[in-house]
Design a protein around this ligand. Structure first.
Ligand code: SOE
Length: 383
C-alpha cells in the first residue's frame, strides 16, 4: 500500500483530450515519484450511457451527467476540463469557487473577457490553476528552453513558428465543433495557433508584444456533423456555414526584440501534426518539428545544424521512461503536464503555464483577429 496522500480527480469530457488526459492520470504515478497519488474518481459527460462506456474504458471510478454535480463531490479535489472552449469559463470558475484545483484545456477560453474572469477567480481561490499547453512538455522543446536559458543561442533575433495540419482539406469533412465560433471561439488560430504562441513564448522566455495578421476560411460551407464531434466525424446531407478561420498567418515582435512569424493551418496537405519552431540567435539556432518529436536540431556556429536525439536520461522528463534511443510519443507530453501539476499542488504554487499565462496567449489571439479584420493594415499591390 502506498503511504502517499491520495487526491481525487474529476474530469469533464471524454473525447480526444479526455482520452489522452485519462491515460496521463492513470500512468503518471507509475513512472514519476510524486508527492500525491491521483485517484480517477469521476468522469462527467452529458449522456449517461456514453459517459459510462467511456469511464469503463478509460479507468474512472464513477460518472456524473452534470459537471456541477462533479464539482460538488467531496472526493474530487482536482477538476480537469476537457470540453470545448465555450464551457471552460463556467466550469473553471465554479470549480475554483468551490476550492478545487483546476487544469483546463487550451485555449483557456473563447474570449479575452472570459479568460480575464477565470484569472480573477483564480486569484482569490485557494486552488491551483494550469492551462494545458502540452507541447511545452515535449522533452525536445523543454531542452530547447534549457539551451536558450543557458545562453547558448545568444541574443534571439528570429522566431519562426508553424503548426501545420490537414484534417479538413476535404470540403466534405463535416462542420464539427472546432469549426464553429460559438463552440471554439476561433479556428486554426485558437486551436493550434495558441500552441505555437505558447511554445514560442516558453522557449524564448519572451512574449509577443504586437502582431500583424491575415486569416482565411477556404471552405465556407460544410455538411453538418451526423456522427461524433471528433476529428473522425462523418457528415450528413444538410450543410451549414463555417464560422471560424481555416488558417491564420501573422508576424509579430517579441518582448526581447526578436522578430517572429507564425502560421497555423488545417490546410497544409500532407502535414498531420507538424508543430515546428526554429529560433535564430546571435550565437546559434534551434529547430524542432513535432513529427520527429524526439529530435532537436542545433546549430552552434559554423557547419549548419546537427541532430540531438533527445532520449538521454539527463534530458527533461526522459529519465523516467525508456533507455536511450527508445523515444516518447504525444501522450507523454500530457503525463509530464500532470506530473508538473501534481508537484505544484503539493508545493502550493501555480505551475506554468497558469491561467495568467493562458490569458496572455488569449490576448495575442484577440490581437491577431483584430489585425486580420482591419483592412487598413493590408496594402494592396498596384497592378
Ligand atoms: C486538433 O487540431 C488538435 O487535436 C488540437 O485541438 C490539439 O490541441 C493538438 O494537440 C492536436 O490537434
Amino acid at each position: 500500500m502506498s503511504d502517499k496522500t491520495t487526491i481525487g480527480v474529476g474530469m469533464v469530457g471524454y473525447a480526444f483530450m479526455g482520452r489522452v488526459h485519462s491515460q496521463a492520470w492513470r500512468n503518471v504515478g507509475a513512472f514519476f515519484d510524486l508527492p500525491l497519488a491521483p485517484r480517477m474518481a469521476v468522469l462527467a459527460g452529458r449522456s449517461k450511457e456514453r459517459t459510462a462506456a467511456a469511464s469503463a474504458q478509460l479507468g474512472w471510478a464513477d460518472v456524473e451527467t452534470d459537471w456541477r454535480e462533479l464539482i460538488r463531490r467531496d472526493d474530487v479535489q482536482i477538476v480537469d476540463i476537457c470540453t470545448p472552449g465555450d464551457s471552460h469559463a463556467d466550469i473553471a470558475i465554479a470549480a475554483l469557487d468551490a476550492g478545487k484545483h483546476v487544469i483546463c484545456e487550451k485555449p483557456l477560453a473563447n474570449t479575452v473577457a472570459e479568460a480575464e474572469a477565470m484569472v480573477r477567480a483564480a486569484a482569490s481561490a485557494p486552488g491551483r490553476n494550469m492551462v494545458a499547453f502540452n507541447y511545452r512538455r515535449v522533452p525536445a522543446v523543454a531542452l530547447a528552453r534549457r539551451y536558450v536559458e543557458e545562453g547558448r543561442l545568444g541574443e534571439i533575433r528570429h522566431v519562426r513558428a508553424q503548426y501545420l495540419q490537414d484534417w479538413i482539406v476535404d470540403p466534405d469533412f463535416p462542420l464539427v465543433w472546432r469549426l464553429r465560433k460559438d463552440k471554439a471561439g476561433s479556428g486554426a488560430l485558437g486551436d493550434i495557433g495558441a500552441h505555437i504562441i505558447d511554445t514560442a513564448q516558453f522557449v524564448t522566455g519572451q512574449h509577443v508584444v504586437g502582431v500583424s495578421a491575415l486569416t482565411e476560411t477556404f471552405v465556407k460551407e460544410r455538411p453538418l456533423a451526423a456522427d461524433s464531434a471528433g476529428l473522425a466525424a462523418t457528415g450528413g446531407a444538410a450543410t451549414g456555414p463555417v464560422t471560424v478561420d481555416d488558417a491564420a498567418l501573422f508576424i509579430g515582435r517579441m518582448s526581447g526584440g526578436a522578430l517572429a512569424s507564425f502560421e497555423a493551418t488545417r490546410f497544409a496537405t500532407g502535414r498531420k501534426n507538424a508543430l515546428r519552431i526554429e529560433i535564430n540567435g546571435s550565437r546559434g539556432s534551434l529547430a524542432f518539428d513535432f513529427e520527429a518529436m524526439n529530435e532537436l536540431w542545433v546549430s552552434e556556429g559554423d557547419g549548419g545544424f546537427t541532430r540531438v536525439l533527445v532520449t538521454e536520461p539527463d534530458h527533461p522528463y526522459v529519465g523516467a521512461w525508456w533507455p536511450p534511443g527508445h523515444g516518447l510519443g504525444y501522450e507523454h507530453t500530457f503525463t509530464h503536464e500532470i506530473k508538473d501539476f501534481l508537484e505544484a499542488i503539493a508545493q502550493g504554487s501555480d505551475p506554468a503555464p497558469s491561467f495568467a499565462d493562458g490569458l496572455r496567449v488569449q490576448r495575442v489571439l484577440a490581437a491577431v483577429e483584430q489585425s486580420a479584420a482591419d483592412a487598413s493594415r493590408y496594402t494592396v499591390v498596384e497592378d
